[in-house]
Ligand binder design. Structure first.
Ligand code: F0G
Length: 451
């Protein structure tokens, strides 16, 4: 198969351009919308370029036993479905992907469900799902000879970008909203050598400034407006389908911030269906924090056709985004698959996160919106007891340890936010105790905890 078969197609007006002709801000010159990568050869049935489903499934399984770095990557293992590089030898990989799909037996029981799974994307090299997209888009930057890459971020994109840039020997520039990202993520960007600017403003402001910068200087933009990011971020869809022997789950539940991840996963499943690797699509539902819910509002007001930016407020800082770039793509994935778009409160997020933690699966607050959202979907009767559901956990629990510690110390939520949930919160809290250095004191603490 030819290695370079892709072109870019505008999601708004359908304009088609070659990958190298994209503007530095990745906006369509005709209508200003975002591009999607497409592979024209796949549409022609008899074409040599159309991948053969049976052969692909076999090849991808075989690669699991390979010791080649590219085969060890859960993204590049599926490289036939993301032929975005002239030469796959230019791929920059940290062995991303191949993340675990865990069962959640306690949460399933509590929700009266037969089977519930968590695809833990926090188990990637820099601790978030961003690595899968970054290996793809940064490899393109590397192949095209850029010296500098940049992103605006709520923290995880910057951590991923800085790490992959360091691997490739590129310089990286990070714009983050001052004081509004978790320290763990900021620490990563510093450690991986990025030039890190804490901008006095919010994420949406950072994105605006950066768009101007890349239009003036030869810096490659690695935000998710870059369509190659989504090519990497679609691969967890392949991993999930493969894990269920190419039967897709009934529901996939994804957090929504800038709305690229839900878009990418929707694209991944759609391509699997178009290529005959799976026979149907999972319903994709997007869950936002109530204080950062522009897409939820958009569905309520216009059925997902228009979006008014909001001023975003949530302690789930990863999804503190009021003007999401990929909202049209995400709305399309929701409508096309028959999913829903809901929001959840700060207390619901904190409770769901503690429940996942108590099941041995720590995650970021932004990831926990998925379980909180599932409870609502179940309550509405939109998810049945026998449905197979996958929650996408997007970030590692250690990314934002302050949030977790504040929850267990009882200082996270205001009385107003916790109202009505006090008992559930108390049951989940496990504060660290200070005890005397004697066996009696420790045994007394254990006795107190089991009471
Ligand atoms: N979960 C986590 C842990 C995230 O870091 C993000 C986004 C999301 C969910 C939402 O995904 O934006 O594709 O809808 N973080 C970005 C960043 C914006 O800069 O790290 P999305």
């Amino acid at each position: 198969m030819n290695d370079n078969l892709h072109q870019l197609r505008c999601f708004g007006c359908g304009a088609q351009i070659s990958g190298v002709d994209a503007r530095p801000d990745f906006r369509c010159a005709e209508c200003g919308d975002l591009f999607e990568v497409e592979y024209p050869g796949w549409a022609r049935r008899q074409s040599h370029d159309r991948p053969n489903p049976g052969a692909l499934k076999w090849l991808w399984r075989e690669r699991k036993c390979s010791s080649e770095p590219l085969d060890n990557s859960g993204v590049w293992r599926f490289r036939e479905l993301l032929p975005i590089l002239e030469n796959f030898g230019n791929a920059v990989t940290l062995r991303e992907g191949n993340t675990p799909l865990y069962t959640l037996p306690r949460a399933a029981r509590a929700l009266g469900m037969d089977q519930l799974f968590a695809k833990h994307q926090g188990m990637n090299p820099t601790g978030s799902f961003k690595d899968t997209g970054m290996t793809a888009a940064l490899s393109v930057a590397h192949e095209r000879g850029f010296q500098w890459v940049a992103c605006a971020s709520t923290g995880n994109t910057s951590a991923a970008m800085a790490a992959y840039a360091a691997r490739a020997g590129l310089r990286s520039l990070v714009l983050i909203p001052e004081g509004k990202i978790a320290w763990g993520k900021l620490a990563q960007a510093m450690d991986y050598g990025a030039v890190t600017c804490q901008v006095k403003g919010d994420f949406d402001g950072c994105a605006r400034v950066l768009t101007q910068i890349v239009c003036e200087a030869p810096i490659y933009l690695l935000n998710s407006v870059n369509p190659y990011r989504l090519e990497g971020q679609k691969t967890p869809a392949f991993e999930i389908a493969e894990a269920f022997d190419w039967n897709v789950p009934d529901h996939l539940i994804v957090p929504g911030g800038n709305l690229a991840n839900s878009s990418a996963l929707g694209k991944g499943f759609r391509e699997l269906q178009e290529l005959g690797l799976v026979s149907r699509l999972p319903k994709i539902s997007v869950i936002q924090a109530a204080g950062a819910n522009p897409l939820v509002r958009s569905f309520a007001e216009s059925g997902g056709k228009r979006l008014e930016p909001v001023e975003a407020h949530t302690r789930a800082t990863a999804i503190r985004i009021g003007n999401p770039a990929s909202w049209r793509k995400a709305a399309c994935a929701i409508v096309e698959t028959g999913g829903w778009c809901l929001d959840v409160t700060e207390a619901e997020i904190a409770i769901a996160k503690a429940e996942l933690g108590a099941e041995g699966l720590g995650c970021e607050p932004a990831s926990a919106v998925t379980l909180a959202g599932l409870k609502k979907l179940r309550g509405e009767g939109w998810v049945q007891a026998s449905d197979r559901v996958v929650l996408v956990l997007t970030g590692h629990t250690l990314k934002d340890a302050d949030y977790t510690i504040d929850f267990h110390r009882g200082t996270l939520l205001s009385a107003e936010e916790a109202a009505g949930n006090e008992e559930r919160i108390e049951r989940l809290r496990r504060n660290a105790q200070v005890v005397d250095a004697t066996p009696q004191a420790v045994l007394a603490a254990m006795k107190g905890a089991s009471a």
